[in-house]
Design a protein around this ligand. Structure first.
Ligand SMILES: [Zn+2]
Length: 461
């Protein structure tokens, strides 16, 4: 009888076409699937993402959600699923990678490739980067399907491989089936909810832009010969003189919309000197105020947000002690702001080095970082959902100096945002790729509920 009343009440309280998801059940299956994925040990290299895909496939099948798979190497597979909307708006993409970095030669206190519960945390390689997000995406689409929520856009959920080594997985999808990830907006790793020591959310990092990674190889060929008879064509001397001129190269400081937003909001929680400098730079109408920029220069992480950076990272030259060097090379690693091009930076390097004997080679293709709008559909939905769950906490747009698979989609016009669903301590974030990677158990249930509401807000409204 009691049961009957409950059922009857829930029918009265809810519209007939949708039901409230059972987040306790999602939390339980989140944990089980995370355990299975960590155990699949998709360490890249070599990857073996097919093992993770088999686990995800089973859950999708059981939930009656359509999917496609695409192999991109031996034992390497991507899986892309889709919930259909009514087509009123272009799709939403939920992206996560299912490869993990290795844990060999790291002194873990627990076995890295299984999930261990300890002190309120789940430990294991990949629980944070990025298997936790992969499972949150999976639980969310399954909950939306079960709740029969009518959608205005398709929700695409893509689980891809090789993110940790250059993105072969997403590249293969884009090359062979670009329509699978053809979306207007998307969510990926790269940002998230910052928690205090008790796991209580205190702020949100919304990653809207990434710097472009680019190496340039400086190469000098010299005339070899006996070292007892020097001549003017010494490759090592030509290269080192070129590097000395390169060291004088400065990149123009300027403010991107994402950095303005970041400085304005972040100033509230920085020490006074830094806060004042951030505000002065963020509010500047014309050229950036020199005094404030000088203050920020004391903080390399903040200063790097204001300009492109280029530094030498490798040096080679010569063949033996008593022979004149036939060649010398240096690698210059640049992190380019999203509003500057690789060609522009190459021109600056060429002008600074000013020696035709130094060949400057654009080395490797890591793809351009790109930027998504600081305001727009996703930031608005994030604000609405976050504030409904955790009123008043600041949402801070950020530029990441590193790179995620978002770059391949931003260049295709998808507005990608980095925002992981589970809150975490800032100190725990550095454990990704390192020792004892972990997530707070208490953040799983509220994280899944918030994320469900965000995805619903984006796809159903
Ligand atoms: Zn990652």
């Amino acid at each position: 009888m009691k049961y009957f009343i409950c059922v009857a009440l829930s029918f009265i309280a809810l519209p007939a076409f949708s039901q409230t998801p059972d987040f306790d059940a999602s939390t339980k299956s989140f944990r089980q699937t995370l355990e299975d994925l960590v155990h699949a040990k998709t360490v890249n290299p070599p990857g073996g993402e097919k093992r993770a895909v088999d686990i995800i496939k089973k859950r999708l099948k059981k939930a009656d959600i359509d999917f496609e798979t695409l192999d991109f190497g031996p034992d390497r597979t991507n899986i892309v699923a889709r919930l259909k909307g009514n087509g009123e708006k272009k799709p939403l993409l939920l992206l996560a990678h299912i490869d993990v970095v290795g844990a060999a030669n790291q002194n873990w206190t627990v076995p890295p490739h299984e999930v261990t519960e300890k002190d309120g945390y789940l430990y294991g390689r990949g629980v944070r980067d990025d298997l936790g997000m992969a499972v949150a995406n999976l639980e969310t689409v399954i909950a939306i399907k079960r709740a029969k929520i009518p959608l205005k856009r398709d929700i695409i959920v893509a689980f891809t491989g090789d993110e940790e080594s250059g993105g072969l997985g997403i590249k293969a999808v884009i090359a062979k089936h670009p329509e699978w990830v053809d979306a207007e907006i998307g969510l990926n790793e790269g940002g998230g909810i910052v928690a205090d020591a008790n796991g209580k959310p205190i702020s949100v990092n919304l990653n809207t832009a990434e710097k472009t990674y680019q190496d340039f190889l400086l190469k000098v060929n010299g005339t070899t010969g006996h070292s007892s008879i020097p001549h003017g064509d010494n490759a090592i001397l030509i290269l080192t003189q070129a590097l000395a001129r390169f060291s004088k190269l400065t990149h123009v400081d300027h403010l991107l919309p994402v950095t303005r937003d970041y400085f304005l909001k972040r100033a509230a929680i920085e020490p006074k000197d830094v806060a004042q400098a951030m505000l002065a730079v963020a509010r500047a109408k014309g050229p950036l105020p020199k005094k404030a920029v000088a203050e920020l220069e004391k903080h390399p992480l903040l200063y790097a947000l204001l300009h492109t950076t280029c530094v030498p990272t490798l040096l080679t030259g010569g063949t033996r002690e008593n022979a004149l060097p036939s060649n010398a090379t240096a690698n210059i690693n640049c992190r380019i702001l999203p509003d500057e091009s690789i060609e522009q930076v190459k021109k600056q390097l060429t002008a600074a080095i000013a020696d035709p004997r130094v060949e400057i080679i654009t080395n490797g293709d890591f793809a351009v970082g790109g930027a998504s709008p600081v305001d727009g559909v996703v930031p608005q939905a994030v604000e609405k959902t976050i504030h409904a769950t955790w009123p008043g906490i600041p949402i801070i747009a950020s530029l990441v100096p590193g790179a995620t698979d978002s770059r391949f989609l931003r260049t295709r016009g998808v507005q990608m945002y980095g925002i992981s669903p589970l809150a975490e301590l800032e100190a725990d974030a550095t454990r990704a790729h390192g020792i004892d990677e972990r997530i707070l158990i208490s953040t799983i249930r509220p994280g899944l509920e918030y994320y469900f509401n965000l995805v619903k807000e984006l796809a159903a409204n």
